[in-house]
Design a protein. Structure first.
Length: 359
């Protein structure tokens, strides 16, 4: 079965696409964003998939790719266009190449125009295609920098995208109005720049007179993307902030978590905050030695009892209340706070030591 998710970065209005196959467990990401790499990796992990590759539709000028960071953290390959000029990729693709994930694959179509290296990725059954910044929903990418060429874009769209089946769903790399998808038939008929009877001369006349400002991050994003997102001298943009004192996972909900084994390894280095009620603290599950009991309902008024110079691990019965505790702690300035995944139920089930347990 095909797994498909459309993800969004609000800062750059970028769509990232996850495609996976449940039978083989392999997945690919199209146009990942550096600051969203943890989110994307968490989703892949939670869906039981293995990220085998990240794909770039082009060298982006408005955000830095998450490809390098995801390769570092998951071992995924970086795949970019052969004409991109990017250094450090694992594979360079061109027209008619295939990118496989399990028994499925994406076909590569060269669609230059927005930049000289733009690619469109078409699913093997031609039910969906990912057009990058070449064809947008009722619009198109700009053509005034990075080897942009309005005539090339016109031909790319008419010969490589509009030749797909009418029902093929098109997914762009950006949308600034909240639109999510379109179709070949819709764009061929209704696109105000390219649809209907609009000619090459009509299109190039429009594109050559857009007078748009350059993207704000172009001076940072393009050089970084020519390195596949690898920070230069560790001074590039940082991924989403989070605790780094041990192996912390951030789940798809954005919550930083530690598993029981990780907590046991660092138990002397952290503050253990138990947010259950007193009868639970000394109930059948017991509590972890050294834990501080502050019931969730009292936490907002008692944060002064916690130290800012040591990490905090929040704990409850199953992980729900302690997740809310993390939100309260963050609002109170405790950035280095994580949740115990599975709570005391998991801690107890995995045989870790407790005290104060009643029968």
């Amino acid at each position: 079965m095909l797994v498909f998710r459309q993800l969004f970065d609000p800062q750059s209005s970028t769509y990232t696409y996850l495609l996976g196959e449940t039978a083989g467990g392999e997945a690919v990401l199209i146009d990942p964003v550096f600051e969203q790499a943890r989110r994307d990796a968490a989703l892949v992990r939670e869906l039981g998939l293995r990220l085998v590759a990240t794909l770039e539709t082009h060298i982006h000028a408005d955000h830095v790719t998450g490809a390098w960071l995801l390769r570092r953290d998951t071992g995924s390959q970086i795949i970019v266009g052969k004409n991109s000029g990017a250094e450090g990729a694992d594979r360079y693709v061109q027209q008619d190449d295939r990118v496989a994930f399990g028994s499925r694959c994406l076909m590569v179509r060269a669609t230059p125009g927005h930049t000289g290296c733009c690619l469109t990725f078409v699913l093997d059954d031609q039910s969906m295609a990912f057009t990058g910044d070449c064809l947008l929903i009722r619009g198109s990418g700009r053509t005034d920098f990075q080897q942009g060429d309005a005539a090339a874009m016109f031909h790319s769209i008419h010969e490589r995208i509009f030749t797909l089946p009418d029902a093929c769903i098109l997914y762009p790399a950006h949308d600034y109005r909240g639109l999510t998808a379109t179709s070949v038939a819709e764009e061929r008929r209704f696109n105000p720049r390219l649809g209907g009877q609009i000619s090459l001369a009509d299109f190039t006349g429009q594109m050559n007179n857009l007078r748009l400002p350059h993207p704000k991050l172009i001076a940072i994003a393009v050089p970084a993307n020519l390195r596949c997102g690898r920070p230069e001298n560790d001074s590039g943009p940082e991924a989403a902030a989070g605790p780094h004192w041990t192996h912390i996972r951030t789940n798809f909900a954005g919550l930083a978590e530690i598993d029981p084994h990780g907590l046991e390894e660092h138990i002397g280095e952290v503050q253990i905050l138990d947010v259950r009620e007193p009868d639970e603290f000394n109930g059948p599950l017991g509590h972890i030695a050294g834990a501080m009991l502050i019931p969730l309902g009292q936490l907002a008024d008692r944060t002064a009892e916690l130290r800012h110079d040591r990490p905090i691990v929040a704990i409850c019965r199953a992980g729900g209340r302690s997740a809310q505790a993390i939100a309260i702690l963050r609002q109170s300035g405790f950035a280095d706070a994580v949740n115990l995944a599975g709570g005391m139920l998991r801690w107890h089930a995995e045989g870790h030591a407790v005290e104060g347990a009643s029968s």
